[in-house]
Design a protein. Structure first.
Length: 261
């Protein structure tokens, strides 16, 4: 029988480190899940993984490292986060880094085709082999930067890499926006990157508060300004109106309860 695989593989990359990739990956996963999607968040940052740390899931027996070392299959490395989405962690210990990698991520990830509506892939900083592997693993790519020239320059490099490899990014997310006059504007970034800006996530202390509590900010502080913007982006990815997803009508709520939509 011919089965259509509807899983969307989306990689979040940046070039520069520390601009918010892992924060976006975990929160986009949580937001898509809040909107009823089946989501797997995968930590493609093999050498310095952070996804499981941000989600408070650090003691897991089988990780992506075991899979890439040929010791387990990817389905064995899927864990449920208490908020309802699934996670494929990478190994945190230095011993994991010593495991001999025998498989490529882009190949291993086919094992879970059809297991979720969305697979969101976190990416290492830079443009080394590890980051390239994570970008190859996604069918879609979102670039994230802060509104500073050096971060945008690195994101441009990631864009150039993706173009050379036939991957077209759907757009750029500008994170930690304050609106101060030294920041690059949406127009500046669009001109520089030759890509649309699909989201501008504000600087928000609650992001840090949520990280300290090891929970996604969209889950812990759903009404804070960063959460609202991340949910708006999640709705955009689904192709739906954010407001109607946030405030479903009485009929829609009933249909959800009875599994009719
Ligand atoms: P990367 O994965 O790109 O290295 P992280 O997601 O780990 O970046 O984010 C780096 C740090 O930036 C976080 O630990 C958090 O303190 C901060 N951060 C990210 N996004 C925001 C935001 N919207 N508002 C405030 N702080 C943020
Ligand atoms: Mg990270």
């Amino acid at each position: 029988m011919f089965i259509i695989n509807m899983t969307r593989y989306i990689t979040i990359a940046s070039g520069k480190g520390g601009v918010g990739k892992t924060t976006l990956v975990t929160n986009l996963g949580a937001a898509l899940n809040q909107f009823g999607k089946n989501v797997i968040v995968l930590d493609g940052n093999i050498s310095t993984p952070n996804v499981s740390v941000l989600l408070g899931m650090t003691k897991l027996p089988i990780t992506l490292h075991d899979v890439l070392a040929g010791k387990a299959n990817l389905k064995q490395a899927i864990y449920m986060h208490p908020s309802g989405f699934k996670v494929i962690p990478a190994g945190l210990s230095i011993h994991h880094s010593k495991l001999k990698i025998k498989r490529e991520l882009a190949e291993a990830i086919n094992e879970i085709a059809g297991e979720a509506d969305f697979i969101i892939i976190d990416c290492a900083a830079g443009l080394g082999n590890e980051a390239k592997q994570a970008m190859y693993a996604g069918d879609e790519l979102i670039l994230i930067t802060t509104p500073e020239i050096h971060a945008v320059t690195d994101a441009l490099k990631a864009h150039e890499f993706s173009k050379d490899n036939g991957i077209k990014p759907m757009g750029v997310v500008i994170n930690r926006v304050t609106g101060k006059d030294w920041e690059m504007t949406k127009n500046n970034v669009e001109e520089f990157m030759e890509l649309p800006v699909i989201s501008m996530i504000p600087e928000d202390e609650n992001v840090k508060r949520a990280i300290a509590k090891k929970k996604p900010v969209v889950y812990l502080y759903p009404k804070t300004k960063a959460s609202k913007e991340i949910k708006r982006l999640a709705a955009k990815l689904i192709g739906e109106d954010y407001r109607s997803l946030e405030n479903p009508s009485f009929i829609e709520r009933l249909m959800t309860i009875f599994g009719l939509n």
